[in-house]
Design a binder for this molecule. Structure first.
Ligand SMILES: [Zn+2]
Length: 404
């Protein structure tokens, strides 16, 4: 761990680590559930200390970590493989394409990274209960990490979350509260709960260490590419916190003088869950009133990190685009069929965006180093691909039947 202070991403005020817990006390006072978060805090590390201690031969990610190692939960997360996918790359006109397979985290999604760090913070603070609202993955991640640490996970989740994710939470012993309503309703309810009943709230971007946890995916990408900055990273976007986290990785590296540029971020949203895309396009924020999509993990009316995600896209000279559910399911099939990587629809949305980008005038160059972030495992929601494939019927166990 390296010493750090929190800085408000809106007003720039700085706070000592234990002076604040969630949002900037000034800016956050104007926040009410139903609007994007304001006063989101970012951890600003002692860059000189990182620069002098970082050893490329033995990279120590603890230097970029906001919680001391002694508080880390026992369940290892991250260190997921980065697969070079030449067969897929050839079809997209890209000779240097990789997929970061974050579905191989313990609970099957990138969200384990954020849950790991917030649970570490709960252990440091002596909190026994961690509370979250989630579309499903953050909750199953929190349930798993809490189980390993012996803490209680209290989870508010939309009743329509995929069953595999609900099974994960219940098996891990979490207290699961399905909510009749959307993810946004669950988000509001969980804030009301922690405000009146206590516990540490893990809501995404609301707790600043969720962004710090997710940034580890970006740090790993940098190391796995031989300490080179990729030209572009393609990320599916719901609340905009994974996008913000990946961006923060390269911001931290740049502040420490370890890299000299930021990768372009390509943010991909589902057609109806497109609040951040429209915000980037117009500069004016509006909700996505009906965000229904098969990619449940990126279905959100009001993205909590809308402001941070827009800043990340602009700072990185990136772009956003939207894809249809059909394009997402086609991309899921393409990813599995060309690389063997089974990603849930939300993760495959990133590839759907890249396919669309490569078919248009803003396509990435053949020599650019491009990373697609596959954020969750396909086994979390097998109902989605079943809507467009058919399983062959059984035959009698005789050779003639096989020939037929
Ligand atoms: Zn502020």
């Amino acid at each position: 761990m390296t010493s750090f202070t929190y800085r408000c991403t809106d007003c720039g005020r700085t706070f000592a680590r234990d002076e604040v817990r969630y949002l900037c006390p000034e800016c956050g006072s104007s926040y009410r559930p139903g609007i994007p978060l304001v006063g989101v805090l970012e951890a600003v590390f002692d860059d000189g200390a990182i620069r002098s201690a970082f050893d490329h031969a033995r990279p120590d990610w603890q230097l970029f970590c906001a919680v001391e190692r002694e508080f880390h939960p026992p369940l290892p997360v991250g260190n997921t493989p980065l697969a070079k996918v030449d067969r897929l790359g050839r079809e997209l006109g890209l000779s240097r394409l990789w997929v970061k397979n974050d579905g191989l985290n313990p609970s099957g999604s990138l969200k384990d990274r954020a849950s790991f760090l917030v649970v570490a913070e709960a252990l440091r603070l002596g909190e026994r209960r961690v509370v979250a609202a989630s579309t499903g993955n953050a909750a199953s991640a929190l349930a798993a990490v809490c189980a390993s640490a012996g803490l209680e996970a209290l989870i508010f989740v939309p009743e329509k979350a995929p069953r595999a994710k609900l099974v994960q939470m219940v098996l891990a012993g979490a207290t699961v509260v399905p909510v009749r309503g959307t993810y946004d309703d669950a988000f509001r309810l969980s804030l009301e709960y922690t405000a009146s009943r206590g516990g540490l709230n893990r809501n995404t971007a609301y707790h600043p260490l969720t962004i710090e946890g997710k940034k580890t995916a970006g740090l790993e990408i940098w190391a796995q590419l031989g300490f080179e900055v990729p030209d572009a990273i393609v990320v599916s976007v719901g609340d905009g916190v994974i996008l913000g986290g990946v961006h923060k990785a390269f911001v931290d590296l740049k502040r420490a003088g370890l890299v000299d540029r930021l990768p372009r971020l390509v943010g991909v949203q589902a057609e109806r869950s497109d609040a951040i895309h429209r915000y980037v396009q117009t500069g004016r924020y509006e909700d996505a009133p009906d965000p229904s999509t098969r990619a449940d993990s990126i279905s959100v009316v009001c993205p909590s990190n809308a402001h941070g995600a827009r800043r990340a896209i602009l700072e990185s000279r990136g772009l956003t685009l939207t894809v249809s559910d059909e394009e997402i399911l086609q991309a899921q099939s393409l990813l599995m069929g060309r690389t063997g990587i089974f990603s849930e629809p939300a993760g495959a949305a990133a590839l759907a965006g890249l396919v669309k980008l490569q078919g248009g005038p803003a396509r990435l160059g053949a020599q650019e180093r491009v990373v697609v972030l596959a954020t969750g495992h396909g086994l979390k929601d097998v109902e989605a691909p079943l809507s467009r494939i058919s399983i062959p019927p059984a035959i009698e166990p005789v050779l003639e039947a096989v020939k037929a």
